[in-house]
Design a protein around this ligand. Sequence first.
Ligand code: DGT
Ligand code: CA
Ligand code: CA
Ligand code: ZN
Length: 578
Amino acid sequence: MNNARIAEVFDQLADLLEFQGANAFRVRAYRNAARTIGDLAEQVSAILADETRSLTEIDGIGKDLSEKCQVLVETGRLPQLDELRREIPESVLALLRIPGLGPKKAAALHKELGINDLDQLKAACEAHRVRELKGFGEKTEQTILAGLDTARSAEQRMLWATADDLAHELREHLAACPAVEQLELAGSYRRGRDTVGDLDVLVDSPDAGQVMDHFARLPELDQVLARGDTKMSVRTRGGCQIDLRVVPARSFGAALQYFTGSKEHNVVLRGLARQRGLKVNEYGVFRLRDDSEEYVGGATEEEVYAALDLPVFPPELREARQEFEWAQKGPLPRLVELDDIRGDLHMHTTETDGKATLDEMIAAARQRGLKYIAITDHSQRVAMARGLDPRRLRAQWAEIDRRNRDLGRSLTVLKGIECDILEKGGMDLPDDVLAEADWVLASVHYGQNQSRQQITERILEALEHPSVSCIAHPTGRLLTRRPAYDVDLEAVFRAARQHGKMLELNANPLRLDLNDVQCAAARSHGVPIVIGTDAHSTEALGMMRYGILQARRGGLTKEDVANTRSWRELKKLIGRKG
Ligand code: DGT
Ligand code: CA
Ligand code: CA
Ligand code: ZN
C-alpha cells in the first residue's frame, strides 16, 4: 500500500469519526497524519521495511498511528475503518458525497432530522426543514440540492457483468466505423474490478471527428455530456457513462496503459520512470534531455513497460498491491484461467430454487466440458426455497447414484448439499445425513445481523464439523445492495487451515464473495479457494468467468484454486490438517 492510499484511509477514518461525533483532537490527529503521509517524500512501506528506522521519527506520527500504518501496509486494510463502515449505513454515508457538506453537517442532518439517504435529504430541503437547523441556512439548502446529482452519480457503480454487456455492445458498434484502426476498453472494467464506475474506451484513428460522429449514434445513447477534439463523454439510457478518447497510433499503447490505471499503479510507474530519467504519460515514454524530450515508445503497452524493464502486468494486477514487488523478484505468477477449471461445486436444481432439473444441469455441465459437478440444493431451513429435509435429500442422492452409473467417466455428479448454519449455531441437517454427502457447503443465510462474535462462532463451529467441506459465500455481501455481515475473517482463515477446509469464491456477479483481497488473504493462510457458480439455471454455469477474474485480481494461480484439480485430487485436500 502506497502513501496516497494510506492517506486516503486516514482521511476516511477522520470523516467517519467526525460523523460519529468523536473527540475533535482525535479527528484532527488523523487528518494531520493523512496530510503528512500524503506529502512524504519516501514510501511509508520502505521506512517500515528498514529495521534501523521507525515511523515515529516523522513529526505527528506517534506509536498508535505508526502501528496502524504497519497494519495497512501488511494487510491492505484497517479493522477500525471496516468496523466504522459497518456501523454507519452506506446510504447515510452518501450524504458525505454532497460537495460542501462535511461530516459534521451530515451527522446533524442524520441525527436531528432522521435523514438516512439522499432521497430523504432532497425531500427535507424541498420542505425547507433543513434551514431550520442550527448552522444551516437557505444557502446550505441550495448547495445541497445542487450537489444531489453529483452525490448520486458517485454512488452509482455498476456490476462488472453489467459493464461487460455494455462493453460488448459498444465494441460491436464502434467496430463498424471504418475510421477505427484499433479499439480497446480500459479503466476498472479492464482491470476486472467487481464494480465499475464508468467505461473508458480508446480508439486509434486518424480521424477523431468521424469516430465521434459514429459514437454519437450508439443505439444505447441517452445524452452527449461533452465533446472535444479527441475526447467525448456520453450517458447511456441505463445511466452509465462512457468516456471515449481517440489517439494516434504511436500513443495507443501509452494511452491504453494510462487509462487502464489504476491511478495508484500509474503513480508507482511514473516514479520508477523518473528514477531512470524517463517520463511516462498517456502520449508515450520520453527520455528527458536538458531542454527536450525524445519519444522512446508508446505504440503498444509492451513498449511502455519494456522501457522500464517491467513485464506487461495482467490488468487485474494493476492495483499497486504487490505486483511491483513480484516483478522485482522474477517472473510474475501465472494467474488462474477459465480453462484450468475442471469442476463446479455449487449449483441448484428445481428440487429447491433452481430453474433447471438435475438432468438439464448434467447436460449443460457436460456441454461445458466439466469433469465433475456437485449438486448443492438448499437444506430445510430455507423454507422459501423448499429446502430439502433428510428424506428428500436422500431421494435426490439416489437419483444421482443412478445418473452416475449411466454417465460413466464423462462426468461425475457429486452428492452435495448447501446446508444452512442455523441462527443458534449448528448445522441444519443431522450428522448422519451430512456424513453420506460427497461435498457439503455450509452457508449463513439467516441471522446476518448478529454480532461479530456470534457469526464468527457459527462459522468456526461449521468448520470444525467433520462433514463440512467448504464455507459458501463467506461474507454474505451483495454488491450495490447489502454489505457483508460482521465476521472475523482472520479467525475463519485460521480455522479453515487448521481443519483442512476450503472457502468459496462465489462467482455470481452480485456476490463475488470472497472478494479479491480476501482471496489473497486466504491464500496467504494456505487455504484453498473453490470457485463456484451457485448456478440456479443452466446458463448460470457460465458465471465461472466472473469468479476467475476476481481470483486473478487476488493473485491466485491454478494451484491456489482447488477445483482446477481432478475430483480425486481435490478430495485428498479436504480434511488435510494444517
Ligand atoms: P471507475 O471508473 O471509478 O470504476 O475506475 P477507473 O479506474 O476506471 O477510473 P476512471 O474512469 O476515473 O479513470 C480511468 C483511468 O484513467 C484510471 O484508472 C487511471 C487513469 N486516470 C484518470 N485520472 C487520472 C489521474 O488524475 N491521474 C492518473 N495517474 N491517472 C488517472
Ligand atoms: Ca472507468
Ligand atoms: Ca472514466
Ligand atoms: Zn447456493
